[in-house]
Design a binder for this molecule. Structure first.
Ligand SMILES: [Zn+2]
Length: 431
């Protein structure tokens, strides 16, 4: 053997040795190619009547963003927190709406006791969110003027979303949650948060959170969705501190987010993760819906977040349940390569992985792996999947937690996949 060959052999074995017994945290659970979260907004009755049984049959988890005020058994219902509305109505006669009184008037608008105020309030809020402040003020003036002039009929009206949820009770929500479905806040009354004063905005955010915590527990107050998919900075400023994650927007530096209203293609980002939200509407074809899944499968960093509203004629942009069933079957068929999980579980997995560190120690017959993580383990409680390369001579691999790990092979070497909770130490051995 010449020196040159000896060097090559040594170098080659160095490469092999450095290639084996390496541990990484897989990008997605079970080393899948992407993740999908099925999410539903508004707690619409038909979501539970028609969509949930399909998901149960197919064993697919999902997240429901529920409006807590109308749920039977809730402690907090919608209300205006402030001075008597009569005073506000009276004041509006001599003092036009301006930047100083707009948020108070908007907060009180739905609680004046008149039918038709809701529609004007919505228009004003949308104008405000679009940056048309003068128009928003004028619409608020019109609303109060109609109230003062007796142009509106007295009465209580519910928003469409609240009406669609009527009948939902905490008992049934608890039973669904016990089966693995996630429930999370969609505020107390499904209102436009950006136009509320800070007291009423806090009421919508925190009283909803309190009811969920009381009826379901801490696990369900991790994330929330602020109504209308709002990305308005004023709403987000108050909502960000209230929840660890918002479906509206996540600001993690490792994540590129494409929300429902945007056409950007997810493959255009080279960030570690891409959250790609798609909200199928009544005119969206099955083919297009399937293409979201195909695109997710064609990359390795996409978290597809599907947003559903109405089902079978009830609710916004209602989809027939037969279409959902076909679509969900397609997702199920691809489950080998896709991690289908709740919004909270996927958000937690990504954050845990990005804040974790794996250390490894190899002796002759064992590999010891420790997973360290800097996040609060009481909240971040989703196990991470580790991938450890093992020597090719190992024909059986067991850990201190599992008697038999499946040995798999990739282009590099033999490896095993196993789940670990942050803070845990795992010992792999072949004897
Ligand atoms: Zn909604």
């Amino acid at each position: 053997m010449t020196y040159k060959t000896l060097f090559s052999v040594c170098f080659l074995s160095f490469l092999i040795n450095s290639a084996i017994s390496q541990t990484t945290i897989t990008k997605w659970k079970d080393d899948k190619k992407g993740a999908i979260s099925l999410t539903y907004d508004d707690g619409n009755r038909n979501q539970f009547k028609y969509a949930l049984p399909i998901m149960e049959r197919l064993q697919l988890p999902a997240t429901f963003y529920i409006i807590t005020g109308p749920i039977k058994g809730s402690r907090y219902q919608g209300k205006f927190v402030g001075r008597p509305v009569e005073d506000i109505i009276k004041e509006s006669a001599s003092n036009p709406t301006n930047a100083d009184n707009y948020f108070e008037r908007a907060s009180a608008a739905k609680y004046l006791g008149y039918i038709g105020a809701d529609a004007l309030y919505d228009k004003s809020a949308i104008a405000f969110e679009d940056g048309k402040i003068d128009e928003a003020h004028k619409l608020m003036d019109t609303l109060y003027q109609k109230v003062r002039n007796g142009a509106l009929k007295k009465g209580i009206e519910f928003s469409d979303e609240v009406a669609q949820e009527q009948g939902l009770a905490w008992d049934s929500i608890k039973a669904y949650a016990a089966k693995g479905y996630e429930f999370a806040s969609h505020t107390v009354t499904h209102t436009h948060l950006a136009v509320l004063d800070t007291t009423n905005m806090s009421y919508e955010l925190y009283k909803s959170k309190e009811d969920i915590k009381e009826h379901l527990g801490d696990k369900y107050i991790f994330d929330a969705e602020i109504p209308f998919g709002v990305e308005h900075p004023r709403a987000l400023k108050y909502a960000f501190p209230a929840y660890a994650a918002l479906r509206n927007m996540m600001t993690d530096s490792f994540l590129f987010e494409i929300n429902r209203g945007y056409k950007t293609q997810p493959g255009s980002s080279n960030k570690e993760y891409v959250q790609w939200q798609r909200g199928p509407l009544s005119k969206t074809s099955l083919q297009e819906m399937k293409s979201y899944v195909d695109t997710t499968l064609a990359h390795n960093n996409i978290w597809l977040v599907l947003v559903f509203h109405g089902i079978d004629g009830l609710g916004w942009e209602a989809l027939p349940h037969e279409l959902l069933e076909t679509y969900f079957r397609y997702i199920k068929q691809n489950e080998n390569n896709l991690w289908v999980a709740t919004f909270a579980d996927v958000a937690k997995y990504m954050r845990e992985r990005m804040h974790a560190d794996v250390s490894e120690n190899k002796t002759g017959s064992t590999i010891t792996v420790h997973l360290k993580q800097t996040l609060d383990s009481r909240v971040y409680d989703v196990p991470l999947t580790l991938k450890t390369y093992v020597p090719g001579s190992w024909k059986v691999v067991k850990s201190n937690q599992q008697p038999n790990l499946k040995i798999q092979k990739d282009a590099k070497e033999s490896y095993v996949l196993y789940d670990v909770m942050p803070g845990e130490t795992i010992t792999l051995s072949h004897q």
